[in-house]
Design a protein. Structure first.
Lengths: 342, 806
């Protein structure tokens, strides 16, 4: 049976020499396949004596098992090295990836407006909107600002050539939405009105002729000035943080009485006093007050039965404070270098 | 309004530190804009006399000035001011001194000349507003070297700059501010010294008022023995601190009274009036007058004129006098006008002719109609300080409209006050807040009868009194309470969807733009659109004067702006309002919203517009296809389906690359490309993708059926069908045919390849669709698939000029 040893030796050498799984499979078939050299030795067993046959058969079987294991091991090794070569060829520098589509940016004013809306929605308010081109009646008269009222000169109104002279205008505040809301639904009303407003104003670092503001209106039984002050303070802490407070000081607006200027703790110095707040620790945010009885009368709400408050402040101005925007005019340019920062 | 503390202290003994007193003003609604310390930090400033002025070689803005500052030798200073000459006295600060505002004077060398100090303006010394040149002193003020504070008798003072609200006419004077603050602090208030007892004589002066609707009280008082000259130093100084320039004793006395008591007055040179009389009447249409500021004013019927006895106009009542009867250095007799003009009339005239004066500002807010006597008396006592021979000729001639100054009591319910404020104040507490600021209060059974003082014409209704109670009670002393709405706060569905729209577009790489509603004339035309019919009636600038009918001008401008800044590859979107005249059949609004009989506001719509340029936001281009992809992405995100894209030309858009976005007959938008000529007109390179849809109707087509679709447990089968289709047959039409032919087994259909070239006849292209079929209850058999395949092919070939490609 020296043939078996020779075949086994040659086969082991062929397996070791195989450089790929294909070569290995060919070598394996040449020994262990149907017509393989070792398989063919089976046919010689018949010529042996029974005792010899048994011995030779066992030797053949053992050789076959050894070679099969050897080929399996060799196959595993080749597979591993082939995988290694293949994957190595796929090596990728993950820092050389080209940029794909970028995420766009929402305008800073929209982001600020959304955050304000969410805060008020959380406080139980709904959000109301209205037209930006308004009638004089909605923008002024119904708000206790009759024609020739001196307060009109504060608004720098942009009138349009539409209808009677000075009958149609770009709204100077979102207050006409309050009027529309009260005309459309009976109290109770808890709503905020965000939106764009317009003034005939030369743009400078702090003012742009068109800007956004948000107003709030509450009309219900038993609403008081104390409710106004409390609501303003609740909002201030919810939006700006627990250490930012609100204070009210007397002011004049035709559509509210008593009226107040709404100031908050300076967010730069946290009330200690700095340049931004002129050393006072407070910065002015907006105006507020109890809805004037004449406004209620204009929209058919009985001021004896219902009381209410309103407040308003500039959204752009808030964004300017929060993001420390040196010049507000950048909000008008739609400059991608600015828009995509936020 | 600028109010010196020393002046306030004439009326009440304020002793709080300056800043704390400022907080009291703030808390009362007299907002402190600034607090300026005057006369502080001037210890090193001395009087300097100019000895010589020489030019400096190579310098045309500065000169070398030798100054006698009281030392042995003149001091050399380099100075950039030109308003002084040799021999004059000016403030001098030596090197090492520190001026107000922590400004330290250093030794400087300019153009080779060393400056040993500085000559100062009034602003630099915080003694006034004038920064236009040096503060030139009277030449005999004091010998050189005298400390300036000594030479000018400057005392330390504090000046508050207060912003006074429109409903506080009483606070437009020193006395009013003092009264309000004293009431808060519980201090007594003393009236100004009165009682100038000028000699009386014959009153030979006539006053006639023919327009009581413009002027409801008019008085004239004649003074003789007037010597026009400078005011006493303290009067001039107070006027300066309050922001007014001293002019002469007569004018200064008038201004002083206005600042102190709030009553504007006007002094006429009696000898420059043709007869001793003044008339008050409405202007005739087109009547002209040259005012003191040398401007010819044209007036009309609602403007109030002051005329001389011959009916010649000599001033605009309550606003500004004319030059013809002005007091001058030779004036010896004066007629002093102290009147009350109707606030609305003054406001109207002042606005119309664009002229606002210290007087008109006060009259339009409301002046104390009963304060005239006191003001005339104060004027006389001030003028008498510099005119020892001053006499009053006769009494004051006083014309009053019937009922002037009569104030009806206001009924104020104690419960109502508390209901509005959320307080629990009793009637005595309210009276205690109102009486110190001049209100008369009587209380009966929970109702206060409140009489507003004549200096509070703004207080006419119960709510006005509520505000005064709140103000003096202190806003910060009103307990804060919270409201608890019964409703649940929420955005409307549309508001929520609009946020989704923004998010989807940002996710597609587009950034949000925002444009103004007013654009430049020609912007629409440049965008290929008809010019908007609606324009601003009196715009500030022409560039913002036309109301936009489309978001296109603003977005194209934004693209050009960014391309100019080397950001050519972009996508922008805007959600904004556009306007157009309403359709003639639009509903006529109710009378309140009407802007003319039967006419409503312009038709205002919220529109979404998208513009793509350069390589687009995703690098895949910015053509019409890219715009359609944005539309499809948005529609998919919102579950909006069922709209058609029908090729149709539109103004300003690419004639062969534009489609209408329509739900049936209802066109709500356009998608495609900007006409290359339009892009060129805006200076934009390359293709510019465009999408505009009216947002509310678009999102209204979001699928109403939210039910989940069941998934099949059985395998699906795909069918790929490519047709050669004539170019003028829309792919969407073929797809619709396939969808119909696919029947209920069709799960979805997608166009996955478009090919033009060899193998496809010219004039047509290959459209390859993949159709996925599935059944909920069985695996599709080959026969079923063959059947549906045949039906699809047959339907397309029958309905369109199309043939299946082998």
């Amino acid at each position: 049976m020296s043939d078996v040893a020779a075949i086994e030796r040659d086969a082991a050498a062929a397996a070791a020499a195989a450089s790929s799984l294909d070569e290995l499979r060919t070598a394996q078939a040449a020994v262990l396949g149907k017509r393989g050299s070792l398989t063919q030795l089976n046919s010689t067993l018949g010529r042996l004596a029974p005792e010899e046959r048994k011995k030779a058969g066992a030797a053949l079987y053992e050789a076959r098992a050894r070679l099969a294991a050897l080929f399996d091991d060799r196959a595993a090794a080749l597979a591993a090295s082939e995988r290694e070569v293949r994957l190595e060829a796929e090596r990728l520098d993950l820092t050389e990836v080209l940029p794909g589509p970028l995420q766009g940016s929402l305008s800073l004013v929209t982001q600020t407006r959304d955050a304000l809306e969410d805060t008020f929605v959380g406080m139980g308010f709904s959000v109301a909107e209205g037209p930006e081109v308004e009638s004089d009646w909605h923008n002024f008269e119904a708000l206790n600002i009759p024609p020739a009222h001196p307060a009109r000169s504060n608004f720098d109104t942009l009138y349009l050539d539409w209808g009677e002279p000075e009958s149609t205008l770009l709204r100077t505040h979102t207050s006409p939405v309050q009027i529309r809301l009260m005309l459309a639904q009976p109290p109770p009303i808890y709503a905020v009105m965000p939106g764009r407003v317009y003034r005939k104003d030369t743009p400078d670092a702090r003012h742009t002729p068109s800007f956004s503001q948000i107003e709030g209106l509450v009309v219900d039984h038993g609403i008081t000035f104390g409710d106004l002050a409390g609501t303003i303070d609740t909002f201030t802490q919810a939006y700006f943080g627990p250490d930012i407070h609100a204070r009210l000081r007397p002011a004049y607006f035709p559509f509210t009485e008593p009226s107040a200027e709404y100031e908050i703790t300076c967010s730069i110095c946290r009330g200690a006093g700095c340049r931004t707040c002129s050393g006072t620790g407070w910065v002015e945010l907006g105006g507020c007050g109890m809805v004037h009885p004449n406004v209620f009368r204009a929209v058919g709400v009985d001021p004896e039965e219902w009381t209410g408050f309103a407040f308003g402040f500039g959204i752009d101005r808030l964004a300017q404070m929060r993001y420390e925007i040196a010049d507000m005019r950048v909000l008008l340019d739609n400059d991608l270098r600015f828009v995509t920062q936020f | 309004m600028r109010v010196p503390l020393s002046w306030l202290r004439e009326f009440a003994p304020f002793s709080l530190p300056a800043r704390e007193l400022g907080e009291v003003f703030d808390d009362l609604g007299m907002v402190v804009e600034s607090i300026t310390e005057v006369g502080a930090g001037l210890g090193d400033v001395v009087v300097g006399r100019v000895v010589s002025i020489e030019p400096i070689a190579g310098a045309d803005k500065i000169r070398k000035v030798m100054v006698d500052a009281g030392r042995a030798d003149p001091v050399q200073v380099v100075c950039g001011a030109w308003n002084f000459s040799v021999g004059e006295s000016v403030p001098f600060v030596p090197v090492g001194a520190v001026l107000p505002g922590d400004f330290e004077i250093g030794r400087r060398k300019m153009k080779g000349v060393v400056s040993e100090g500085m000559l100062c303006s009034a602003r630099e010394l915080a003694l006034g507003e004038d920064a236009g040149g040096l503060m030139v002193l009277a030449s005999d003020v004091a010998p050189p070297g005298t400390p300036l504070v000594e030479a000018l008798g400057i005392e330390h003072d504090v000046v508050y700059d207060l912003a006074i609200e429109a409903n506080r006419p009483d606070a437009n004077c020193v006395l009013g501010v003092a009264r309000d603050a004293a009431a808060r602090l519980g201090l007594p208030v003393s009236a100004p010294a009165a009682g100038w007892g000028g000699a009386a004589g014959d009153a030979r002066f006539a006053v006639e008022v023919s327009s009581p609707e413009l002027c409801d009280r008019f008085t004239a008082t004649v003074f003789e023995g007037v010597e026009v000259g400078p005011s006493p130093e303290w009067v001039a100084r107070r006027l300066t601190l309050a922001g007014m320039r001293p002019i002469s004793n007569v004018v200064d006395a008038s201004n002083y009274v206005m600042l102190e008591l709030g009553q504007p007055t006007h002094a006429y040179d009696l000898d420059r009036l043709p007869v001793p009389a003044l008339r008050v009447r409405a202007a005739r249409p087109g009547e002209q007058l040259t005012t003191l500021d040398d401007v010819v004013r044209t007036l009309g019927g609602s403007d109030c004129l002051i005329c001389d006895g011959l009916d010649e106009a000599i001033g605009i009542g309550g606003i500004m006098g004319g030059a013809s009867s002005e007091v001058f250095s030779g004036t010896t007799r004066v007629a002093l006008e102290a009147a009350h003009f109707v606030p609305m009339a003054i406001a109207r005239t002042s606005k119309r002719i664009g002229l606002r004066s210290e007087a008109s500002a006060r009259f339009e807010r409301g002046v104390d109609v009963l304060g005239i006597e006191r003001s005339v008396d104060r004027f006389a006592s001030l003028l008498a300080l510099t005119c020892p021979g001053l006499t009053q000729r006769g009494g004051t001639v006083d014309w009053q409209a019937p009922g002037v100054g009569a104030a009806a009591p206001i009924r104020v319910r104690v419960d109502r006050v508390n209901a509005v404020l959320g307080t629990r104040l009793g009637a005595p507490a309210m009276a205690g807040l109102l009486e110190p600021i001049g209100f008369g209060v009587t209380s009966v059974d929970g109702v206060l009868d409140v009489t507003a003082p004549s200096f509070r014409p703004d207080v006419t209704a119960e709510i006005d009194v509520v505000e005064e109670v709140a103000r003096h009670h202190g806003y910060s002393n009103i307990a804060r309470t919270t409201v608890r709405p019964a409703q649940v706060g929420a955005l409307t569905p549309y508001q929520g969807t609009r946020r989704v729209v923004r998010g989807v577009l940002c996710g597609a790489g587009l950034s949000e733009a925002a444009g103004g509603p007013l654009v430049s004339p020609g912007d629409h035309e440049r965008s290929g659109l008809p010019e908007s019919e609606i324009v601003a009636s009196d715009p500030l600038v022409r560039e913002e004067s036309v109301l936009r009918s489309s978001l296109r001008p603003g977005l194209l401008r934004a693209v050009a702006f960014n391309q100019d800044r080397r950001n050519p590859d972009l996508g922008l979107f805007e959600i904004g309002k556009t306007w157009r005249p309403p359709h003639p059949s639009a509903d006529v609004p109710d009378s309140r919203a009407a802007v003319a009989p039967g006419r409503g506001l312009p038709d205002e719509r919220e529109v979404l517009a998208v513009v793509l340029a350069g390589a687009g936001p995703d690098g895949r281009g910015a053509d019409a296809s890219a715009a359609v992809r944005v539309l499809r992405r948005l529609a998919a995100a919102l579950h909006v389906s069922g709209f058609d894209l029908a090729a149709a030309p539109a103004p300003g858009l690419h004639p062969t690359r534009t489609a209408e976005v329509a739900f049936g007959e209802h066109v709500i938008g356009l998608v495609g490309e900007i006409d290359p000529d339009v892009a060129g007109a805006w200076g934009i390179d390359g293709r510019v993708g465009w999408l505009e849809v009216e947002l509310p109707p678009f999102v209204a087509h979001a699928a109403a059926d939210e039910r989940a679709r069941p998934l099949s447990r059985f395998p699906s089968s795909d069918l790929d069908l490519a047709f050669a289709v004539a170019d003028d047959t829309p792919a969407a039409a073929v797809e619709a045919t396939l969808r119909a032919a696919g029947g209920p087994l069709l799960e979805w259909i997608r166009l996955f390849d478009v090919y033009r070239g060899p193998g496809v006849a010219s004039g047509s292209r290959s459209l390859a669709f993949r159709l996925r079929f599935v059944s909920l209850d069985h695996t599709l058999s080959d026969a079923e698939l063959a059947g549906v395949r045949g039906a699809c092919i047959e339907a397309v070939e029958r309905a369109h000029p199309a043939t299946l490609r082998a």
